[in-house]
Design a protein around this ligand. Structure first.
Ligand code: ADP
Ligand code: MG
Length: 235
């Protein structure tokens, strides 16, 4: 595995925000490499920079220093057009709120990103139904978000995130709005899917019990990524 390149590599990432007179150094040389098939838990207190790190990894925000490599390709010198293309092809995002379109059914919400990418309606519907069934929502395909429970909504959001078969999944406290038991079930579905599809996943969470079940646990300390159980073989 050591010979294989990481799918995502954050190298010496710097990120500063200006707050009045002050410059907040949120990320100060953060390094993180994630390989295919790996689930990495990002566990750190609120305000530590988890969302910032995920936004930078997801090419939604540019760092002030350092480089983001996606499949060994450096991305900082790319145009917004190119970065958007990589984001569409290679990445899936899950947020704390599901952000599903309320007027669309579950299956339509999962079809949409596939059709934006150019897939035909029938093929998109087939894949959407397969994914939702895999996530235990076979009986909920035509329900609108308002007709689904919180856990079901978040499973639809997961299906939507992986609909275009990305290589990288970035999740920002995806179970943060759910009760513990529901969070557990959603998380189980998520991990199964990641392992089955060989995704590289970074999941920010406050739930230490869920974090323990991932392959690696990292935190942010003074703007740097720190491995919580160093020395453990990755994979
Ligand atoms: P976390 O996700 O770990 O809670 P964030 O990455 O959201 O942390 O934020 C890290 C720090 O950066 C916080 O102190 C936050 O207030 C600050 N911050 C985040 N985004 C901005 C921004 N756009 N402008 C100014 N400060 C920001
Ligand atoms: Mg956050």
């Amino acid at each position: 595995m050591a010979a294989e390149n990481p799918v995502l590599y954050l190298q010496a990432i710097e990120r500063n925000y200006r707050q009045g007179e002050n410059l907040l150094n949120i990320l100060r040389g953060a390094e993180l490499a994630v390989w295919s098939g790996q689930l990495v838990a990002l566990v750190a207190p609120s305000g530590a920079g988890k969302s910032t790190l995920l936004h930078i990894a997801g090419l939604l925000e540019r760092p002030d220093g350092g480089e983001v490599y996606i499949n060994t390709q450096p991305t900082s010198a790319l145009s917004e057009f190119e970065r958007t293309r990589i984001r569409r092809l290679e990445m899936g995002f899950i947020y704390q709120a599901h952000h599903l379109l309320p007027e669309l059914s579950a299956v339509e919400n999962v079809m949409l990103p596939q059709m934006i990418r150019g897939l035909g309606k029938t093929a998109a519907r087939t894949r959407a139904a397969e994914l939702l069934s895999y996530l235990g929502l076979k009986e909920r395909l035509t329900h609108r978000p308002a007709e689904l429970s919180g856990g079901e909504q978040q499973r639809v959001a997961i299906a939507r995130a992986v609909a275009n078969a990305p290589r990288i999944l970035l999740a920002d406290e995806p179970t943060g709005n759910l009760d513990l038991r529901t969070a557990d079930r959603v998380f189980e579905a998520l991990t199964q899917l990641v392992r089955a599809s060989g995704l590289a996943a970074v999941i920010a969470t406050h739930n230490l019990e869920l974090a323990e079940r991932m392959d690696r646990q990292v935190t942010l300390r003074e703007g740097q990524v720190v491995e919580l159980k160093p020395g453990q073989p990755h994979h």
